[in-house]
Design a protein around this ligand. Sequence first.
Ligand SMILES: C[S@@+](CC[C@H](N)C(=O)[O-])C[C@H]1O[C@@H](n2cnc3c(N)ncnc32)[C@H](O)[C@@H]1O
Length: 282
Amino acid sequence: MSDILTLLVLGTVLAALLLLGWWLLIASEGVYLGRWMVIFLYDRFAHKYDDVKHYHREYEEMYIAKPLMDAIAPQVDPMVLDVATGTGRVPLALARHQNFKGHTIGVDLSRKMLHHATENIYPYESATFMWCPAETLPFPDNTFDIVTCLEALEFMSNPTSVVKEMVRVLRPSGLLLTSQRVNTKLMPGKTWTSQQLQEVLKESGIVEAKAQIWQVDYRKVWGRKAGATFSKGVVPLESILCCPRCGKDKFMHPDDGSWLCEHCKGRAMVSTDGVFELYPLY
Ligand SMILES: C[S@@+](CC[C@H](N)C(=O)[O-])C[C@H]1O[C@@H](n2cnc3c(N)ncnc32)[C@H](O)[C@@H]1O
């Protein structure tokens, strides 16, 4: 083989590898490499996330908080769970809404995204952030008035089980808000068609599901959990937090900044930035 041909082959192989690397790590955000890679990348780029996303706080309030509050009116004090909260988009939008008197728990598996969430939410006190996976939420069945999960299901290894887990902790007649990715070119096989999404929601116990145009890449998807219950309003964390290790609702808050499971003696720390570090307990 001549030198030029060898160089051409090597150049093509290198370009193909670079393209593959770009697609696996940047374009599809690690989703084909598993959960650990997705979280590694979110941790790695957490400091740039808000700049890249360019969220306008007024728009977030108008297009996320207001429709949520309108949907549950006249209630103003919901317990909200935001799954894969990232840098706290939903907790912040709700905190800024003038009528919101509820509390939002934001969970995410990227510890660094959560750190930025705690900075973004300041000085509001209507949110708590917890480091834990969406797949196993440390709360009893039928707990929350609202469960949200925006721009995240396509990054989960098993999004169907995450939807089921979210519906488990939503109270009957509670409100679910999630999103459907519509720009799917770069993530084949990782996004749902509208029909697939409808089926997953129906099988999970969601009724009245409807999609709504929202952003270039996403639709908002609304639904309610079948059944009927009344809201208890804001409840103390002690009454709803379960031990992530043994699942018992015997997680207590002693005076030393940690949470202790009376059953299995597992201990979770509340970090200096206020994040509940539940993940090491799983
Ligand atoms: C595109 S961001 C969306 C964040 C936020 N919901 C928003 O709309 O700005 C996706 C988030 O999902 C989180 N995530 C991905 N897989 C997760 C999992 N299995 N459990 C919890 N969080 C996860 C990532 O850490 C990241 O913060």
